[in-house]
Write a protein that binds this ligand. Structure first.
Ligand code: PHE
Length: 329
């Protein structure tokens, strides 16, 4: 049968589809044959119809078989074409590494997560209320100055610290609270130890009145600094932040001269690494908290990274110079 040969010799799915339509389509050859039925006299009708049906089934079978064959051939060809030789050597096969700032951030986060702190983040574009007002930073505070803060025309601003996350968390949840919030912050600063964007990790613990003390704060931060810097001395020095009272700055004995005095520690033997304190009652008032006590702390991640890796110029961390970054692998 000529048509059977044609089916068997079809070399592509398109060609096969063309044949199928010519055979089985509404105006196809088989339809034409079946149309003849009505002109065939009664006695022969049955035999003719049976023959036709057999032929139809046989052709359908042939088309199906050929279809399966061509389809699997097509899949095979595609697999061959798209195959990737994973064993092939590439001269581009360089491994990436974490940026030293992110690596330091991860190490800090790991410590506090192990101490049962939850990690929270907040928006980088903030408003005056969350970044200043609720944190007891009075309208006249110099930090609000255009010198320090990036403002938008609509009064919004780039957060100057991660402390607004404290406010957002307290407004959303009831105590007890035990969080850290790592993230980028922004200030109009640019020199050896300042870049306009840098990273902080904020910490906040709040619980019933009388249950969170300066002693708690002191003990966890001392332990944390030993975890980060090893066997250093830690000292708490009275200081001031509008959102904490009392406040302290925390120093470690200089890791470069072991406290003897050198250029890095300005010959004091100490390096300042943290700010902290007992949450000021005005902050609790701003978020509608009553009868609670809490502590907070904040640190600059770049400062930690610089000290841990002995990086002399903070700006170099953000220049993306591969020669510098490769030293941190
Ligand atoms: N927000 C302060 C800063 O950016 C750091 C800080 C946080 C100090 C929490 C005390 C308590 O300098």
């Amino acid at each position: 049968m000529k048509i059977l040969k044609k089916i068997q010799e079809a070399s592509s799915l398109e060609e096969l589809e063309g044949i199928r339509i010519k055979l089985f389509g509404k105006k196809g050859a088989l339809a034409g044959e079946f149309a003849k039925l009505k002109d065939i006299p009664g006695p022969e009708k049955k035999a003719f119809a049976e023959g036709l049906n057999k032929k139809k089934a046989m052709l359908q079978n042939a088309v199906d078989e050929k279809y399966e064959f061509l389809k699997s051939q097509e899949i095979e060809a595609m697999l061959k074409k798209e195959a990737i030789d994973v064993s092939l050597y590439s001269s581009l096969g360089k491994k990436g590494a974490l940026h030293p700032v992110m690596e330091t951030m991860d190490k800090i986060i790991d410590y506090f997560v192990a101490m049962n702190f939850a990690v929270k983040d907040g928006p980088m574009v903030e408003d005056d209320f969350h970044n200043f007002e609720a944190l007891n930073l009075p309208k006249s505070h110099p930090a609000r100055d255009m010198q320090d803060t990036f403002y938008f025309n609509d009064g919004g601003l780039l957060r100057t610290h991660t402390s607004p996350v404290q406010i957002r968390t307290m407004l959303k949840t009831k105590p007890p609270i035990r969080i850290i919030s790592p993230g980028s912050v922004f200030r109009r600063d640019y020199d050896l130890t300042h870049t306009p964007m840098f990273h902080q990790v904020e910490g906040l613990v709040v619980d019933e009145s009388g249950t969170v003390s300066f002693a708690n704060l002191k003990s966890i931060l001392t332990d944390f600094l030993h975890y980060m810097f090893g066997d250093v001395e830690v000292r708490f020095r009275p200081s001031f932040f509008p959102f904490t009272e009392p406040s302290a700055e925390v120093d470690i004995s200089c890791i470069f001269c072991a406290g003897d005095g050198c250029r890095v520690c300005s010959h004091t033997g100490w390096l300042e690494v943290l700010g902290c304190g007992i949450v000021d009652p005005n902050v609790f008032k701003a978020v509608g908290y009553d009868d609670v006590s809490g502590y907070a702390f904040g640190l600059g991640v770049e400062r930690f990274a610089m000290l841990m890796h002995k990086v002399p110029d903070l700006r170099s961390l953000f220049e993306g110079d591969i020669r510098l970054l490769e030293q941190f692998r």
